[in-house]
Design a protein around this ligand. Structure first.
Ligand code: FE2
Length: 268
């Protein structure tokens, strides 16, 4: 089974490269399931119902979120009605929407996507480690592929989550920092891992936003309005391939055979 994860989609440049390239990549790589982080797709901050609908129509099967999931007020009413749009599971009980989605991929394999958010240098929410335990414990036994998006600021919290879930998830990928890391590998118990997938959007700025505004903010520290950057639009992804034959991992799920970083540019 082949699963493509598309790193944080930022603003209209990110949306455009997804529209232009995703279908070809899915066909060329024979991808069975596409997951993407969309929490920065609305001008860098949040996601709207219209954008979520477009992504889900244009070939993305499940959308994950993070600290910016709530930036657009109109998404609050949409989240409970669209289970394929996730927000981190470890927000307090009663928050709109869900952090877990279970579905069936193109090849008939039943999968689960779990969205978590780290707590280091991010707002104080519930413990993502214990939330991972409780969410994985309630999966139905027929789930074969388990994907976790760990949306977090620090490398250490993401590496720790990878080890914590090794053998219990098929893949644990990090998002949020918007810069791809070069540490993709399969952990000993069969969990594919990368600290950060990187982003899908313009790389001519500072993690997706216009560099002049960000530099000014570092210089003067005053409140500022940030615009999406321009230039060098990339789509940063990982392709995870499973070993479909036994043995399974200790939780009975598919083990990852490989994880590969794939970077696409608008003009290549
Ligand atoms: Fe984020």
């Amino acid at each position: 089974m082949r699963v493509l994860f598309v790193g944080d989609i930022v603003g209209s440049p990110g949306r455009q490269i997804v529209r232009d390239r995703l279908a070809d990549i899915v066909a060329q790589k024979k991808v069975h399931l596409v997951i993407a982080n969309g929490e920065n797709s609305a001008a860098g901050f949040g996601i709207t119902p219209r954008l979520a609908d477009e992504f889900l129509h244009d070939g993305i099967d499940v959308l994950t979120g993070g600290n910016h999931s709530w930036d657009r007020r109109e998404i609050m009413d949409y989240l409970p009605h669209e289970p394929r749009l996730l927000r981190p599971a470890n927000f307090p009980d009663g928050s709109p929407g869900s952090g877990l989605f279970c579905g069936t991929a193109k090849n008939g394999v039943k999968y689960a996507v779990l969205n978590l958010q780290g707590r280091t240098f991010l707002p104080a929410i519930d413990d993502p480690f214990r939330k991972a335990d409780s969410e994985l414990a309630r999966l139905s036994p027929d789930i074969d592929f388990v994907f976790v998006d760990m949306h977090a600021e620090t490398t250490s919290e993401k590496v720790a989550m990878g080890w914590y879930l090794d053998g219990r998830a098929t893949a644990v990928v990090g998002t949020h920092t918007h810069v791809a890391t070069a540490d993709e590998h399969v952990l000993p118990q069969g969990t594919a891992y990368i600290t950060d997938v990187g982003m899908t959007g313009p790389h001519g700025g500072v993690i997706g936003m216009d560099r002049q505004g960000i530099i000014k903010k570092f210089l003067d520290g005053l409140p500022a309005r940030f615009e999406v950057a321009e230039g060098d639009v990339q789509m940063n992804t990982v392709l995870i391939e499973t070993a479909d034959e036994s043995p399974r991992n200790s939780a009975g799920h598919l083990r990852a055979r490989s994880i590969e970083r794939l970077r696409f540019r608008l003009d290549t």
